[in-house]
Design a protein around this ligand. Structure first.
Ligand code: ADP
Ligand code: MG
Length: 397
């Protein structure tokens, strides 16, 4: 995907003395008192801001936080805690500006945070009047909020349409590069793990990847639906019988290309869905009518681990079992460790997948961890994200 890159503009000295507007994703989780409980997104946004400051720009940064009602300010919607954390990370003051659409006064070498952009009327609907006003605040618009790239809003789309220059920030560029490296021209074999709770939420991904990957590892509730498609017993396990036909067509599409969907040969079952439910390992063929399959079995996990270690590229979305319960976490842990130990280029994304990566502490051993939940999944589906589409359009026009 051909987009202008902010790092290139900075290298060419084109940000010096310019008004730069960065759309970041600083939408962090907070506790009831407003304390930030997890600051990954703020830390991920720092390199772009530093690049702009080092490049001699006057830097405006904004983000959404939560889902406030447009036009209605409530303290919990404020980016104030984010401004504080950002200022600690940058080692300099980061003033927070309210009512900024009409303009803020700052000098090159300074940075300000513009209050929650979702408080502006017209943000969600990508209102052209609001977008033009925001575009007028800058010489260069930098999109660095991959997590929002699948939505066309005023601060993610309209502003890119109307700004003098619109480009991708380093985080957005890294996301594009990693996903392109994994899917456009991957080192083979390319192995995808598509797991998690439901086929319905991942059906388009399964179908899109079925045309590309050499092995598609299914796990979790998704594997249960595939087991059903293969005529295996699944007892009372989470599955979507209505999607058995779709699962079968994925298996057929893969087979026709000489690729495969390895279906679990053994599983871990329980009689109830609970952290303390006794866990039993069984052959997949022996699942009883009152069993719940809550994880892949050790034999299946070992076989998958071998395949992952031999892979050239790995794409991972979704835990293969109920990893929140330790007794049913072994499959996900084995997969996570195999990915960490593999020489393959690996890319992972998804809310629960990131939680699993953090649980096993393998962050540093994954090639790339996507910061975008929905945006990452849509990229895997092969969709062109609106925010990227407009940046590409601006780069070519
Ligand atoms: P992600 O957020 O990474 O995209 P999903 O939201 O699709 O992943 O799926 C994660 C959830 O799936 C986890 O909460 C996990 O407990 C659940 N899950 C995994 N395997 C099973 C299973 N066999 N039965 C029920 N739920 C499962
Ligand atoms: Mg999830």
């Amino acid at each position: 995907m051909n987009v202008l890159r902010f790092s290139d503009l900075c290298d060419e000295g084109r940000a010096r003395g310019r008004r730069v507007f960065i759309r970041a994703d600083l939408n962090v989780p907070q506790d009831e008192a407003g304390n930030i409980t997890e600051d990954t997104r703020i830390r991920a946004s720092v390199p772009c801001i530093q690049l702009a400051l080092a490049g001699g720009a006057a830097v405006r940064v904004t983000s959404h936080l939560g889902r406030p009602t447009e036009g209605v300010f409530r303290p919990e919607a404020s980016l104030a805690p984010v401004a504080k954390r950002l200022s600690e990370l940058l080692g300099r003051p980061v003033p927070l500006k309210q009512d900024w659409v009409a303009g803020v006064d700052i000098q090159p070498g300074e940075v300000v945070l513009l209050e929650n952009c979702r408080l502006n009327k017209g943000e969600k609907k990508n209102d052209p009047v609001l977008a033009r006003k925001m575009a007028a605040l800058c010489d260069i618009f930098v999109h660095d909020a991959f997590g929002t790239a699948h939505r066309a809003e005023a601060s993610t789309y309209g502003i890119a349409q109307y700004a003098k220059i619109a480009c991708a920030g380093p985080l957005l560029a890294a996301e594009i590069d990693a996903i392109t490296k994994a899917l456009a021209n991957p080192r083979r074999p390319l192995v995808a793990i598509v797991a998690g709770s439901k086929v319905s939420t991942k059906l388009t991904i399964l179908q899109a990847l079925a045309a590309k990957v050499d092995q598609m590892v299914v796990g979790g509730g998704i594997a249960n639906t595939f087991l059903l498609a293969a005529g295996m017993p699944i007892g009372k396990s989470l599955a979507e019988p209505g999607l058995v036909g779709q699962a079968r067509s994925v298996i057929e599409a893969m087979k026709a290309r000489g690729a495969e969907v390895p279906i679990p040969t053994d599983v871990v079952v329980a009689k109830t869905f609970a952290a303390d439910a006794p866990a039993t390992v069984k052959a997949a063929a022996d699942v009883a009518p009152d069993d719940l399959i809550l994880d892949i079995g050790p034999q299946t996990a070992r076989k998958l681990a071998r395949q992952l270690k031999a892979a050239g590229t790995i794409v991972w979305n979704g835990p293969v079992g109920v990893f929140e319960f330790d007794a049913f976490a072994h499959g996900t842990e084995t997969i996570a460790r195999a990915i960490a130990e593999s020489d393959a280029f690996s890319i992972a994304g998804g809310g629960d997948t990131l939680a699993a990566i953090a649980k096993y502490g393998i962050e540093k051993d994954v090639g790339y961890i996507s910061t975008g939940g929905g945006a990452f999944l849509e990229m895997l589906e092969g969709k062109t994200l609106p925010a990227l589409e407009i940046l590409a359009q601006r780069a070519s026009g």
